[in-house]
Design a protein around this ligand. Structure first.
Ligand code: F0G
Length: 465
């Protein structure tokens, strides 16, 4: 047991090794497993009630009280004020989504979207990046790296360029990143390494490179990133006047968000700050469905931390034997080997969670419903609404349940997918989009082709409006 009030602790109860807070290896020194950031709450007393955070609202000229992450600093108390690196992340809001509620059979006032696309880099990643960067500064790092399907790299690049404190190095798979995201890495000056492989390959390589060169790793294997991402749950609570919803639905890729949400509620419950814990639904893409397969088909459970590693390894061996790679239009979650799998199992346990998978067709149709409902998101984010539609059909979620879908990133991140969906005719969808899984564009809003002639233009408008 560490004598410091903040330390890193192995997730495996049979190991339980600890590591100092200011060390950046992020794997257990004894067994190589995942680490948690652990707090001695006796020495770092949290607020007595969540309402105490409301006092921060009147201090918005202070950047730390303004940040949607650091205004909850007492629940992630690993940094002193002057160590914190913030770029104004987390100014995100919970939007009531009555239009979408109608379309998916929910009662008015029961469905909400937590729109994380409002972050400076356009995705939820900034919540975690501010925490990782703060820790990087605490460890004296000069270079920071990540593997990415595009959003982590965009966030890393923006934090490097905005703070000027670190050189950013991003590893991306070739051909696996949308232009919107690639543009961000390039524009913000990150050293961009495009390797011949996919995200799973890039993730393995960046870990090797980080340990060899002593570069600070900002992927969500880094437990400090997850500390920042816990705050998405605090903002949801804040927006609901501190009354937990019935359900949180989130896309699952590397399973960082799911893990962070589980830890947030585990701590809130331990600290007596909430009476109820919402249920969690994690939604994989059908072409990257490791979590769904392991939980629903192979019965994997957290089991107090003693989950079956053999089941995980044998599934990965099967994927390798079949040369099976992740493949989905939701490129952000095109991941077969989620690094946070053990923590996500814990989250399912803490939040009485379920796991589902949504096909590319379901994801793209759900994305169009998000757009029609007045918000925008990239394909991966729409997995949350696609999951809700399934859970409604299965009767797991009732029309009067209060449901929060996390919209993880902005619509403009992957405009090619959006335009392809709305402009394609069903027969050439595959050609336009380059994916097999989307056969119909059920909610397409096609552009109307007209000659450059006033009468024809007027006729078209009369016909279609
Ligand atoms: N949604 C979006 C838009 C994402 O970019 C990601 C992950 C996820 C969902 C999945 O979140 O990993 O916490 O389960 N993107 C990572 C990246 C992998 O590199 O940008 P998760």
């Amino acid at each position: 047991m560490s004598t410091e009030p903040v330390y890193q602790k192995c997730l495996d109860p049979d190991c339980g090794a600890t590591q100092e807070m200011r060390v950046a290896t992020f794997t257990c020194p004894k067994c190589g497993g995942l680490l948690d950031v652990a707090y001695d709450w006796e020495r770092l007393p949290p607020p007595r009630s969540l309402r105490e955070f409301e006092a921060k609202w009147s201090q918005r000229t202070d950047p730390i009280a303004f940040s949607g992450v650091w205004r909850f600093r007492e629940l992630l108390p690993f940094a002193d004020r002057d160590e914190i690196l913030t770029i104004g992340e987390g100014q995100t809001i919970l939007q009531r989504a009555d239009g979408m509620a109608n379309r998916v059979g929910m009662k008015q006032g029961c469905l909400f979207m937590q729109y994380e696309g409002m972050n400076p880099s356009g995705s939820f990643k900034d919540n975690g990046m501010t925490a990782a960067f703060t820790h990087a500064r605490q460890t004296g790092a000069r270079r920071a790296a990540c593997a990415s399907t595009g959003n982590t790299s965009a966030s890393l690049a923006i934090f490097c360029s905005a703070t000027g404190l670190m050189r950013g190095i991003v590893f991306i798979g070739s051909g696996k990143i949308s232009y919107g995201k690639l543009a961000q890495a390039l524009d913000h000056g990150a050293l961009t390494i495009q390797i011949a492989g996919d995200f799973d390959d890039a993730m393995e390589r960046v870990q090797q490179v980080a340990s060899r060169l002593g570069v600070y790793l900002v992927n969500s294997i880094n437990p400090f990133r997850l500390e920042g991402q816990k705050t998405v749950m605090y903002r949801v609570l804040e927006a609901l006047a501190w009354e937990p919803p019935d359900w949180i639905i989130v896309p699952g890729g590397n399973l960082g968000n799911s893990s962070a949400f589980g830890k947030a509620y585990m701590e809130l419950r331990e600290l007596g700050l909430v009476k109820k814990v919402p249920r969690l639904a994690v939604i994989n893409a059908g072409g990257a469905r490791t979590f769904d397969e392991l939980v629903n088909k192979r019965g994997l459970t957290w089991n107090g931390g003693r989950f079956s590693r053999a089941a995980v390894n044998s599934y990965y061996a099967e994927l390798d034997a079949a040369k099976s790679r992740a493949n989905t239009i939701a490129s952000a979650i095109e991941i077969n080997r989620p690094v946070n799998l053990p923590k996500a199992l814990r989250a399912i346990d803490v939040m009485n969670g379920v796991v589902r998978m949504a096909s590319d067709q379901e994801i793209m149709d759900a994305k169009a419903l998000v757009g029609a409902g007045g918000l925008g998101c990239e394909p991966a984010s729409a997995a949350s609404l696609a999951g809700l539609i399934q859970l409604r059909e299965q009767g797991v979620i009732a029309p009067s349940d209060r449901v929060v879908c996390i919209l993880t990133a902005h619509q403009m991140k992957d405009s090619a997918a959006t335009v392809a969906y709305h402009s394609s005719d069903p027969d050439n969808f595959q050609q336009v989009l380059g994916v097999r899984g989307v056969k119909r564009a059920s909610h397409a809003n096609r552009a109307v082709q007209v000659p450059n002639e006033l009468e024809a233009i007027v006729r078209s408008i009369e016909l279609y409006s």
